[in-house]
Design a binder for this molecule. Structure first.
Ligand SMILES: *Cc1c(COP(=O)(O)O)cnc(C)c1O
Length: 396
């Protein structure tokens, strides 16, 4: 099965050589996927998109009809989204908020504020927010057992700089009940604990978070009406056709809500929303052998598509053969063997895929890397070696 849709392959083949490397975003595929996520979720679950996964304005706009809002984690993202998706509800988080960010976010008016420390609560209250600010306390929950064992990225359940230690919660709840904090309205708790979990694992975590949050709030006499479960839905880079089981997850959340009438849940996935709608298209510049192994050097590399370097995986790809070879010298080629696809950077870390089998790959062939719609271009060290930046194209 090919990794890309016919529309994407056609566009990838038609791009002029001098526009390579290029990012292609399929907006129809994104809308269809996001609408399916929304449809799988119960009414009392709100769906926010975590903008840091890919803040491209075209993607943010395409998602507007399918999401209830967006999660932003910096003043830069906040300003960007206010322009890209004006009027959309924004939840504002982040572990290290500057004074400037506090001021501008308060002026901008955010839908929810995710507080990550006792000091941040003091700094917010000192600014005397008018009209009442809806806050969620982000907690690094004491998740016991092996709930987070082996996950690719863990933000909680162990010592991390994210959120409040459970020991600091009593102080926050006590402060929120006092007069100087009257401008802050406690809506509930927020817990984004890990990234890369499948639906059963994430559901088990959702139950623990929700049951804990409701019990903790009741014990403190501070009723809550919301729990934000975070994001972290897995994308399987070894199986590009696989999808997170949104139907199973939505069904599980519906059962959980059945136990907590009056509660609203929110999720804020990033990767599992946009990863499938982006492709990085490039061409093979060199095919060579070194000490018995085959290498294909492609135009561009991990300074444009950092995902495989950041996660240590092989980025899945499709080869688009190019028949034309106008030169009198022999064309570089590997066939029926393993090859490493590397970029143009002068470092052995610039590998997009290592020792992967190919039917045939030749100099001048195009390569279409998939699952490049999240944590790809926007996490890349784009200035390294001063190569030209990719071009961007939308498949409507
Ligand atoms: C990064 C992040 C997300 C999104 O995580 P994904 O793994 O992309 O789904 C959600 N919430 C917070 C607080 C985050 O930092």
């Amino acid at each position: 099965m090919s990794l890309a849709t016919p529309a994407v392959l056609e566009r990838a083949a038609a791009l002029p050589v001098d526009s390579l490397p290029a990012y292609l975003y399929d907006l129809t595929a994104l809308r269809v996927h996001a609408a399916a996520i929304r449809a799988a979720l119960p009414d009392r679950v709100e769906f926010h998109y975590a903008a840091k996964a890919n803040p491209d304005p075209a993607l943010l706009t395409a998602l507007r009809e399918c999401v209830d809002g967006y999660e932003v984690s910096s003043g830069g993202e906040l300003a960007h989204l206010r322009t890209a998706v004006p009027g959309a509800p924004l939840a504002f988080g982040g572990p290290g908020k500057t004074d400037e960010e506090l001021t501008t976010a308060l002026e901008a008016g955010v839908h929810r504020w995710h507080v990550e420390s006792v000091a941040e609560l003091h700094r917010l209250a000192a600014r005397r927010p008018r009209g009442g600010l809806d806050v969620l306390l982000r907690v690094n929950l004491p998740v016991t057992g092996d709930a987070l064992a082996g996950v690719p990225l863990a933000m909680g359940g162990r010592p991390t700089p994210f959120g409040l230690d459970p020991a600091d919660l009593d102080e926050c709840l006590r402060l929120l009940a006092t007069e100087p904090f009257a401008g802050l309205r406690l809506r509930g708790f927020h817990a984004h604990l890990a990234s890369g979990l499948d639906a059963p694992a994430l559901l088990a975590l959702a139950e623990r978070i929700t049951d804990w949050a409701v019990a903790r709030a009741a014990a403190a006499g501070s009723p809550i009406d919301e729990v934000n479960l975070g994001g972290g839905m897995a994308v399987d880079y070894t199986d590009p056709a696989a999808r997170f089981d949104w139907t199973g997850y939505g069904g599980g959340l519906a059962r959980l809500l059945g136990r907590h009438p009056g509660l609203r849940l929110r999720i804020e996935p990033g990767r599992a929303v946009t990863a499938y709608s982006g492709w990085y298209v490039t061409e093979v510049l060199e095919v060579k052998r070194s000490h018995g192994e085959a290498f294909a050097v492609v135009r561009g590399g991990t300074h444009h598509l950092r995902t495989p370097a950041a996660r240590g995986h092989d980025q899945p790809f499709t080869v688009l053969p190019v028949a034309d070879w106008p030169h009198p010298w022999p064309r570089g080629e590997v066939a029926g063997e393993r090859v490493s696809l590397c970029g143009q950077l002068c470092t052995p870390k610039d590998a997009l895929a290592r020792r992967v089998p190919v039917d045939r790959l030749r100099t001048g062939d195009r390569v279409v890397f998939g699952l490049a719609g999240a944590y790809a271009w926007n996490i890349s060290h784009t200035g390294f070696l001063m190569h030209r930046q990719p071009t961007f194209h939308l498949v409507p």
